[in-house]
Design a protein around this ligand. Structure first.
Ligand SMILES: C[S@@+](CC[C@H](N)C(=O)[O-])C[C@H]1O[C@@H](n2cnc3c(N)ncnc32)[C@H](O)[C@@H]1O
Length: 172
């Protein structure tokens, strides 16, 4: 049996429901094999990407977003973005408290990144695992954005705790 990755269906759903328009300058953190990047390029967006393992194409940085010099490195693109997407995940340990801490660390890193690199009225979309009431910790997003929704995609596996935060209209 051929196993088809559902990665592509997730970005199709995100694009259809939450991005809609084309011609955006988009930064993807955790661009992996570039499936999302290729899809969003085909929809008329200008893509920039970061991944710590996979090599990318044009406008790509191979680095760890938790490195001390990451924000400095991101200046290399010399851009502010309409949309910042994080599809970064940890190797889920199964120890909920440990995985919870990873996504909190990611959340605080994203706050640091959007403060410098997200345009006014921009959009932040990021993946997280929804356990240990983690969304209670995301309350600052409601002050930073006009619209915040934590949602499970219909293209995600039914049993999975994988959620995406959709934050639109950055107030800056
Ligand atoms: C689920 S995959 C993303 C798949 C991607 N959406 C695509 O279109 O192929 C997550 C990616 O995040 C990357 N990643 C994980 N931790 C990272 C970190 N600290 N810094 C940069 N990239 C990271 C991994 O190398 C992996 O490629």
């Amino acid at each position: 049996m051929i196993k088809i990755s559902n990665t592509i269906y997730k970005i199709i759903e995100i694009n259809k429901k939450y991005i809609k328009k084309s011609n955006n300058t988009i930064l993807i953190l955790g661009s992996g094999k570039g499936i999302w990047e290729k899809y969003l390029t085909s929809k008329g967006n200008k893509m920039y990407s970061v991944d710590k393992i996979y090599n990318g194409r044009k406008n790509f940085l191979k680095t760890n977003i938790f490195s001390k010099i990451f924000v400095f490195e991101l200046n290399f693109f010399d851009k502010k973005f309409d949309i910042i997407i994080s599809d970064i995940c940890c190797n889920i340990s199964g120890i909920k408290e440990k995985d919870h801490c990873f996504f909190l660390k990611l959340y605080y890193k994203l706050l640091e990144i959007i403060n410098i690199f997200l345009k006014k009225k921009g959009t932040l979309i990021f993946k997280f695992m929804n356990f240990c009431n983690i969304t209670d910790r995301f309350h600052i997003l409601n002050e930073l954005f006009d619209y915040v929704k934590h949602t499970k995609l219909s293209s995600s596996k039914r049993k999975s705790s994988e959620f995406y935060s959709i934050c639109k209209n950055y107030k800056k």
